[in-house]
Design a binder for this molecule. Structure first.
Ligand SMILES: Cc1ncc(COP(=O)(O)O)c(C=O)c1O
Length: 458
């Protein structure tokens, strides 16, 4: 390319970027934001673990966007499968039978544990939880749903009310009958326990008390993220999920595992529950099922709950339930995952590269209070004081209070790493297909960026 051609190309790019910015600022209304206080980065393209802006600056995607691009960006076979299906049949109403819808449901049911044999498709995770709650209520004839503090289940009415983080507050009052309880969190134990075993025991006793005091006969479901995602990558200690299963059985409560973020390879398993060999009654999924190439989510339903709706209509539906294009992408994605061994890769890279790499960062950086995770689902919990465990920024910090975390994120971005940060944590959540070299590069950038956090350690 001559220098004239290069400068013509640069000015065309700058013009394209200016249009994207101006359309966005004038017409796009963004999620969770004060519209006048944001300045979204225009993105031109993406491939594998990388995306780039209009200036050509590349970012290593250690966030998988919203922890959904499990297969990596623009996987050529997945793109081709979507193109092929678009040319063949873009859409049919949910009341018809369709080959890709049926195949996607069968493949998902084959992967799911136990007797979870049917799938109700939705457009995303919130709708999946909304409908799982609806199923549990109809199945049990009870109305309450118990969910955890430190959880996110989506932004529709029941899902946001079930959510146990500040995103719920501004939405209240909304749905009724949603009750929160504390889950296990050994690093900051709500039960003052001294070991994982004690944490499990006390967290289960607390859940039992909550059930008894709310009235077991009023409780339709316990809804929990198998591994809590945005609220901290909280991996349940051994025995906890089995204990939840047993409590649900004892009291006739439906166990809903929200695997919207934790499922489809993220935890180095097809479903995170596989890690503990626990079978819930309903599993909700979205994100990794097709890496968000098209909007898709759903509920995987056990035989007894499906049976409830054998003779009685299910009181819910969506125009795009089982959308053929979205389902074709799920079929292709699952096939690619199997053929390329992506779940196994996610497990191995977590055990052999990300986990050890983060633990070695923790040896060098006093601001790292804890490293936890599995698969490609990891968190660094940042603190001001490793002894007292005072968080680097307060819970739900904003403005000046959040500055230390914003500075860490900015240091990552300057160096070409796109991090996922939440409260006082950096989550390391690259695509399941991330290579060892990419992980090492991301860790070396984190190593530099964390010196910013270290300065706050007193
Ligand atoms: C655990 C969990 N459940 C539900 C949701 C909501 O999914 P969606 O944004 O697709 O509605 C999310 C989204 O981040 C999630 O992480």
């Amino acid at each position: 390319m001559t220098s004239d051609e290069a400068s013509a190309q640069a000015s065309a790019q700058a013009g394209a970027e200016a249009t994207v910015r101006s359309d966005d600022r004038r017409h796009v209304f963004h999620s969770w934001s004060a519209q006048g206080l944001i300045n979204p980065l225009p993105i031109e393209g993406a491939l594998g673990s990388w995306f780039w802006d209009y200036t050509g600056k590349r970012y290593l995607d250690f966030s998988s966007q919203l922890v959904n691009v499990n297969i990596g960006h623009q996987h050529p076979r997945l793109v081709a499968a979507i193109q092929e299906q678009a040319a063949r049949l873009c859409t049919v109403a949910p009341s018809f039978a369709n080959d890709k819808r049926g195949e996607a449901a069968r493949l998902i049911a084959e992967l799911a544990p136990g007797d979870l044999n049917r799938v109700f498709f939705t457009n995303g995770g919130a709708e999946a939880n909304e409908n799982a709650i609806r199923m549990a209520r109809a199945h049990t004839g009870r109305h309450k749903v118990l969910s955890m503090y430190r959880s996110y289940h989506g932004s529709t009415a029941s899902a946001i009310t079930a959510t146990g983080d500040p995103r719920r507050w501004a939405n209240e009052p909304t749905a009724v009958g949603l009750v929160h309880f504390w889950g296990p969190y050994p690093y900051r134990s709500p039960f003052h326990s001294g070991s994982e075993a004690q944490e499990t025991e006390r967290a289960l006793a607390h859940l039992r008390d909550t059930i008894v005091f709310e009235g077991a006969g009023t409780i339709a479901a316990v809804l929990i993220e198998t591994v809590i995602g945005t609220n901290g990558i909280l991996v349940p200690p051994p025995g906890y999920l089995t204990g939840v299963r047993e409590l649900c059985d004892e009291f006739g409560i439906v166990f809903i595992a929200d695997e919207v973020m934790a499922g489809f390879g993220r935890c180095g398993e097809w479903f995170a529950v596989d890690h503990w060999r626990v079978t819930p009654d309903l599993i909700t999924f979205a994100k990794g099922v097709n890496s968000g190439y098209l909007p898709l989510g759903g509920v995987i339903i056990s035989d007894p709950i499906a049976e409830t709706f054998a003779e009685r209509p299910f009181p819910g539906g969506l125009t795009y339930s089982g959308h053929p294009l979205a389902c074709a992408s799920a079929v292709a994605s699952i096939q690619i995952f199997k053929e390329e061994g992506i779940v196994e890769h996610a497990r191995r890279i977590g055990e052999e590269v990300i986990g050890p790499g983060l633990r070695s960062l923790a040896e060098r950086h006093p601001s790292i209070g804890e490293v936890r995770g599995l698969g490609v689902f990891w968190a660094l919990e940042l603190v001001r004081n490793p002894e007292t465990r005072e968080p680097l920024v307060p819970y739900n910090a904003a403005g000046a209070d959040a500055a230390p975390m914003n500075e860490v994120a900015a240091a990552c971005k300057e160096r070409g790493l796109w991090p996922f940060t939440h409260f006082n944590r950096v989550h390391v959540v690259p695509p399941c297909t991330v290579s060892e070299d990419e992980v090492q590069l991301g860790l070396s950038i984190l190593d530099e960026a964390l010196t910013v956090a270290d300065r706050y350690v007193g």
